[in-house]
Design a protein around this ligand. Structure first.
Ligand code: MN
Length: 128
């Protein structure tokens, strides 16, 4: 079965880059252009992993994560945060909020794929 990844990202060029990258790596990609859509797709599709931009219209990445973790049907799904602003302390704040991992833009392809594989392996093992 194909592994399905939801990319929630409001910046079209970043979304397309990620979509290309993950599709080329053999993943099935779902997309959302804001936080509200991200939550709707999470609930409807229950993907294997969510890559979530922090700065998005309507509902930001932190609130998306909060709602995902409150939903018993979704809370096991790994969520990797992506942010444009890489500042000292960002990573700690993001992990403290409950994200499984963190990537800063510009995304480094090998980096995000290996992060994803790590978290997918853990969550698949837990569910088996
Ligand atoms: Mn954004």
């Amino acid at each position: 079965m194909t592994t399905r990844i939801l990319i929630a990202e409001d910046h079209p060029a970043s979304l397309e880059l990620m979509r290309y990258l993950l599709t080329a790596s053999g993943y099935e990609v779902l997309t959302a252009a804001d936080g509200e859509e991200a939550l709707a797709v999470m609930r409807a599709e229950r993907p294997d992993l969510l890559i979530c931009d922090l700065q998005m219209p309507k509902i930001d990445g932190y609130e998306v994560l909060r709602q995902v973790r409150q939903d018993p049907g979704l809370r096991h799904i790994p969520v990797i945060a992506v942010t444009a602003f890489s500042m000292v302390g960002d990573r700690e704040r993001v992990l403290a909020a409950g994200f499984d991992d963190y990537q800063s833009k510009p995304i480094e392809p090998e980096n995000i794929i290996s992060q994803m594989e790590q978290h997918l392996a853990v969550s698949l093992r837990v569910r088996r």
